[in-house]
Design a protein. Structure first.
Length: 309
């Protein structure tokens, strides 16, 4: 009976508690009663907690409310694994759901429900990537704002809404305080994230975010036509004539121009012919262009290594 009681106690603590959801001894008694395991002496729980502690399962006491603080996987790690399963198109849906439920067994029901709410089923971790992801998930769950740092936008306060994964990258959907307009950026383009105590006071429907993902997502992968802005860094009449020939829908501005195009390899290949005469103003698209160029360089290096061996 002692083994059954302790195993059931671990299950209850793992599924029904976390740092934000705790149970009193009386509530733990009631949970065990439902499994026809009756404990009348409160000291039994303290003995069980000490036994669990010896095996690395730490039960924290917060003013008489208890929760399991140690878990084999963090929330961010579970999300990465779950989203990776979603991106495997060749697996049967029921098999994927079964595997995901097994993953969710390592976190509380509350955290599992939050991950399901944040889940989108369409589908190089840097040293600090996992910590940024963990902080962002915590902010989304608690409706808090975060401070993010990017190379061109230091210390922006934003309210994160959704993390979407596509083609090996996460995209963060967010809005600025007191604005319902939704933006998105590639998550690995964020250099640093810090949590704030400021609440996100706007309630933006999940459907609105999903619709925006379906419409735009990452235009480079979905081949959606969109407006792209450029700066002209080496202006000349011949350059403008050439641009008009390549992009009939071009609109010139005071310092550059804009076009409507699909973000894909064909466009990027065309842009390489302009060298440093023009510069992409849209940061996310510029990063995709850099990825495109990096892949070309990498492939050429690999080709040269093969031919020289």
């Amino acid at each position: 009976m002692n083994k059954q009681r302790i195993l059931e106690l671990v299950r209850i603590l793992r599924k029904k508690t976390d740092p934000e959801h705790k149970l009193t001894i009386s509530e733990l008694m009631n949970e065990l009663d439902q499994k026809e395991i009756h404990v009348s002496n409160r000291k039994t729980f303290y003995d069980d907690f000490r036994s669990l502690d010896e095996y690395g399962l730490i039960v924290e006491n917060d003013n008489g409310q208890y929760y399991l603080s140690e878990a084999p996987f963090s929330l961010a790690e579970i999300k990465i694994l779950s989203d990776s399963l979603n991106s495997l198109k060749d697996l049967d849906d029921r098999f994927v759901e079964n595997l995901k439920e097994k993953l969710y067994a390592f976190i509380s029901d509350y955290e599992a429900n939050d991950l399901k709410r944040l889940e989108y089923t369409n589908d190089h971790l840097q040293t600090h990537f996992i910590h940024r992801l963990e902080d962002t998930l915590q902010a989304i769950r608690n409706h808090k704002r975060i401070l993010i740092t990017r190379k061109s936008h230091p210390n922006e306060e934003i309210a994160p809404l959704f993390l979407y994964r596509e083609n090996e990258h996460y995209y963060l959907y967010y809005h600025y305080p007191n604005s319902e307009k939704i933006y998105h950026l590639r998550f690995d383009h964020i250099d640093a994230i810090s949590l704030t105590e400021n609440d996100d006071n706007l309630t933006i429907p999940r459907e609105k975010i999903i619709n925006l993902i379906n419409e735009s997502t990452n235009a480079f992968h979905s081949a959606k036509t969109q407006t792209i802005r450029f700066l002209i860094t080496n202006d000349s009449e011949s350059l403008r004539n050439r641009l008009q020939d390549d992009f009939p829908n071009i609109i010139f501005t005071r310092s550059g121009f804009s076009i409507k195009a699909s973000i894909n390899e064909v466009l990027f290949a065309k842009l390489t012919g302009y060298g440093t005469d023009i510069k992409i103003s849209d940061e996310d698209i510029a990063y995709d262009y850099m990825d495109f160029l990096s892949n070309i360089i990498r492939n050429n290096r690999n080709g040269n290594s093969t031919s020289g061996s």
